[in-house]
Write a protein that binds this ligand. Structure first.
Ligand code: ATP
Ligand code: MG
Length: 381
């Protein structure tokens, strides 16, 4: 799994029981090489017109995309091969163990689920990955759901239901990646949708003002904590129509990016301090998540994704969730799954579901006409 943050490739080695319940044997994150990450970020960019309607750049370069497709696959294959070698050395797996499949999400460079012809683009050539690892690859998980009229996202709620659902209690699962997504797991129904920006705006604003920083994020929210929320800016950002839509809805960094923020900032005095903007962005992520927790009546919410490490963000989400929704916020760790690996486990589970030919999408989440078996097989042979 490599998400919208473009921070690295998460690799999880999993074993499944016959019901599809995973055991995590080992996991790692391999950072994306900086030049590849920059290239992928460039491919994800969209020109924004004065009307505030994002439009695709007309001179998108097919060549650059094709090169990035193969380079991301080569990077993924090398990371997987190194990981497997390390697990063999550590005795986690035998040298003659056969790995059934790699579930590969690929890197999203464009997610455009609405409009006349909805589409979503993940790159990371699965045939290259299969050829260079010698392992069957299951990929292209989002396309079938789009073909059936769905958003193609989020896909993790079905996995959340498989591993976290509790017979007696309604719970929420919140993933804070570049984009944040919330899943409601009730006894008889599952809902899920993107709430908006998780870390993506925090990362982008931090990097803009710390271009030399080795780490590409505001560690523990320290930069944000030096500032104050700017109420007028927060109000403008919250007025974005995405936040008042109810699900199914999904979004990406082609929408929530610095161009989006700059358009709003232009309406405010130029004197806003960088830390005040960072603090306001943190408040935006926290408030948009808690608005949905409140709307869905969630009383226990379990959080995963890299945002769980942003202590300032987690503290703000917890405070607002208690105050506005009487909701307790926990890490998924308390349910036995480390928050850093939930998304990677989800894509291993999607691959397992494909191998079993079991439907793994939830039409109630994505808005598709039906649940479906997701993914395609790219054999190593
Ligand atoms: N110590 C930390 N302090 C603040 N933020 C952190 C910290 N550690 C991780 N993060 C945030 O987590 C992000 C990475 O999270 P994650 O890998 O879950 O996102 P992602 O790759 O976009 O995933 P996905 O799209 O699958 O949800 C980083 O970009 C950063 O914003
Ligand atoms: Mg990541």
């Amino acid at each position: 799994m490599s998400g919208t943050s473009l921070d690295g490739l998460d690799i999880a080695l999993c074993d499944f029981d016959t019901n599809g319940v995973p055991s995590l044997l080992a996991a790692t994150t391999t950072p994306l090489p900086k030049d590849l990450a920059q290239q992928l970020a460039r491919l994800s960019q969209i020109q924004r017109l004065a009307s505030n309607q994002p439009q695709c750049v007309t001179n998108d370069n097919v060549h650059l995309q094709a090169v990035a497709d193969r380079q991301f696959a080569e990077f993924s294959a090398s990371a997987v091969n190194q990981f497997i070698w390390a697990q063999q050395q550590a005795g986690v797996i035998h040298t003659d163990s056969i790995i059934t499949a790699i579930g590969s999400h690929g890197q999203t460079i464009r997610h455009w689920p609405t409009g006349d012809t909805p589409y979503t683009v993940q790159i990371g050539c699965p045939s290259t990955l299969a050829a260079l690892t010698g392992i069957d690859v299951i990929a292209d998980f989002r396309q079938k759901d789009i073909a059936l009229g769905g958003q193609g996202a989020p896909l993790a709620p079905a996995f959340h239901r498989a591993v976290f659902a509790q017979a007696q209690h309604t719970i929420g699962v919140l993933n804070i990646g570049g984009i944040a997504n919330l899943t409601l797991l009730a006894a008889d129904s599952t809902l899920g949708f993107d709430t908006g920006p998780g870390n993506c705006l925090l990362d982008s604003w931090f990097v803009r003002h710390h271009p030399e920083s080795a780490q590409q994020y505001d560690a523990d929210g320290q930069f944000a904590q030096q500032g104050e929320v700017v109420p007028a800016l927060l109000e403008s950002l919250l007025a974005d129509p995405f936040f008042s839509l109810t699900g199914p809805k999904s979004t990406g960094r082609e929408y929530f990016n610095l161009a989006w923020l700059d358009a709003w900032l232009q309406q405010h005095p130029a004197s806003l301090s960088h830390t005040d903007v960072q603090r306001t962005l943190l408040e935006l992520s926290a408030r948009t998540v808690v608005m949905e927790i409140q709307r869905l009546g969630i009383q226990h919410c379990y959080v995963c994704g890299g945002g769980v490490h942003n202590t300032a963000l987690m503290q703000r989400i917890s405070e607002l969730a208690i105050a506005q929704a009487s909701c307790q916020v926990h890490s998924t760790e308390v349910l036995g799954v480390a928050p850093d690996w939930v998304e990677a486990l989800a894509f291993a589970w999607l691959a397992w579901s494909f191998v079993q030919r079991r439907p793994s999408s939830l039409a109630s989440v994505t808005g598709a006409s039906r649940d479906a078996v997701l993914g395609g097989l790219f054999p190593a042979a």
